[in-house]
Design a protein around this ligand. Structure first.
Ligand SMILES: [Cu+2]
Length: 94
């Protein structure tokens, strides 16, 4: 009985790690232009697995304005995009 609990527990821990690793998977991109006034950034991005989107150049919103001041044109970024209120939004930036 103890062994079953132990196995179940380690399985749960392994699963938790797998899920959190998946949740914070970053996408790659290059900043093309920044529109701080509009809170938007144009990014040439690689494939976005979580959105099933191929590589392309497009405009994103950002969840925090500070992200725009922390990036510069031509910079390579790692980021996480989510659909928020129907708009593709960068919610995490590396
Ligand atoms: Cu895209």
């Amino acid at each position: 009985m103890k062994q079953i609990i132990k196995t179940g527990l380690s399985l749960l821990i392994a699963l938790t790690f797998a899920v959190s690793a998946w949740a914070t998977e970053y996408s790659q991109g290059v900043v093309r232009s920044i529109d701080a006034a509009a809170g938007k950034v144009t990014v040439a991005h690689g494939p976005l697995k979580n959105l099933d989107m191929p590589a392309m150049t497009m405009i994103f919103r950002v969840s925090e304005e500070a992200m725009l001041t922390n990036m510069s044109e031509g910079e390579e970024i790692e980021f996480v995009v989510e659909r928020r209120n129907g708009k593709l939004t960068i919610i995490e930036l590396n």
